[in-house]
Design a protein around this ligand. Sequence first.
Ligand SMILES: *Cc1c(COP(=O)(O)O)cnc(C)c1O
Length: 269
Amino acid sequence: MAGYFHQGKQQHWPQADSVEDFRRNLAAVRERIADACARTGRDPASVRLLPVSKTMPEERIRLAYAAGCRELGENKPQEACRKWEAMADLTDLRWSVIGHLQTNKAKLVARYAAEFQALDSLRVAEALQRRLEAEGRSLDVFVQVNTSGEASKFGLAPAETADFLARLPGFPSLRVRGLMTLAIFSADLERVRACFVTLRELRDQLRGKLPVGISLDELSMGMSGDYEVAIEEGATVVRVGQAIFGARSTPDSYYWPQEVNHSTDEETP
Ligand SMILES: *Cc1c(COP(=O)(O)O)cnc(C)c1O
């Protein structure tokens, strides 16, 4: 793909097919992270780059590993589990699940994931807690907030977040690290920015009234098309796939269905 329109910019994300390609793409992203930090007086060390490897085959993931990636984000819990099993030899590689979880997949995530960024229901919190106890593990989690108001996005409404956080001390195997959001898909970067501002302001508002044991140090926001804007607005984690691996052929609608049926969604096998 030569280039296409994404979040306001004509983008060209070069394919990475060798360790050198990955090194080049990673260096380019890190440089833009450093520039965004410089513009806002932030320390680049305060921004964690989470490379996102969804849809990418094992051989390309191994190249990314050889280029230095030690953690990877995956949207689908089953795809992540398959990859974790196939690459169990890479013992220092951490897997972060960044997409919606159905309760019947909690068992998988409790086995292999180091982090889960899309917590948005007590049912999922309960399922994870039970499975994590059985595994003798704990899990870093981010609470996903829907900052765009789009029905197609998962996540809690900002106004529901305080009550939700108040319940989380009841799930001691979940270590709450912060909030996560996906911005609106829009060519208008100011509308995208408004989503990031909403998440930061929500975090600042909640900070004063958090339950004991819960802190919100992290803000996971920003993807290939908008991570610089997210950093300007306070992101501490950016989830970047295409700018590192190259453009994906799978359309984003596969990951963000047009209609999210929240009522039947837990029953799918
Ligand atoms: C795919 C994905 C990303 C990364 O998107 P890119 O356009 O590849 O940078 C970030 N967050 C989530 C939740 C994703 O599913």
